[in-house]
Ligand binder design. Sequence first.
Ligand code: HPA
Length: 277
Amino acid sequence: MNNQKSDLRKKIEQTLSYIRQQTQIQPQIGIVLGTGLGALVKEVEIEKELSYRDVPHFPISTVETHAGKLITGHLSGKPVVAMQGRFHFYEGYSMHQITFPIRLMKFMGISTLLISNAAGGMNPLYRKGDMMIMDDHINLLGDNPLIGPNDDNLGPRFPDMSEPYSKRLIDLAEQIALEEKIKVQRGVYIAVSGPNLETRAEYRFLRSVGGDVVGMSTVPEVIVARHMDIEVFGVSIITDECFPDALQPADVSDIIKTANEAQPRLTLLMKRLVEKL
Ligand code: HPA
């Protein structure tokens, strides 16, 4: 693409100009408050809350448990912007819609993205309730947020993916986990579209191709963050055990309960990580 502004960049700049009328904060860190990370917002000294409804070009969240607010403020003394409520591919949003908020956060000033999700554990050493630091991922969504014309001002046509999750942040987080005596696994997240959970044959397949956990989010946001050279740290909460030869029917209320139980540990880990950034 030449020097002409892409439609995407025009949209980001329109949204940014609305945001700038509402808040002057230049956030250093962006946070996607996924499953199990909602309570982190209680630790944020909130400066401004904007409903997604009022933010130009933002999709509106369809999942009722997700509030749909963009929050700015300070966490552990650092300026942050947080998304309360995220968008999933299975809800029918396009990859561009799902990842637009990440583009905006970059233009607001972030250089680091913290992200979380709920996932099914396929590694037989993982237990329900464990947390897994994301070390790598496999995109099996069948789509990619970078498809379409590339705006070279946002990032390269063929972005490198040799380190999707920052080794520096993983090392810091493992050090914190050790100090705080929090059990953490480290592994590979596979993203699928959902919304159905997997069959036994699918879990067997996903495990055999190199996945430790499987979930329905996060990877689009991470791809776009890396496209714009944002450093990423991600955590999965293992909400159910997906061992094909001993598979129990999935219980969504139990999945949510498990995610909520892990919340204090994940909140502590993220808060301490922000302190060190
Ligand atoms: N599969 C996909 N997504 C999930 C799962 C699962 O088993 N558990 C929680 N999110």
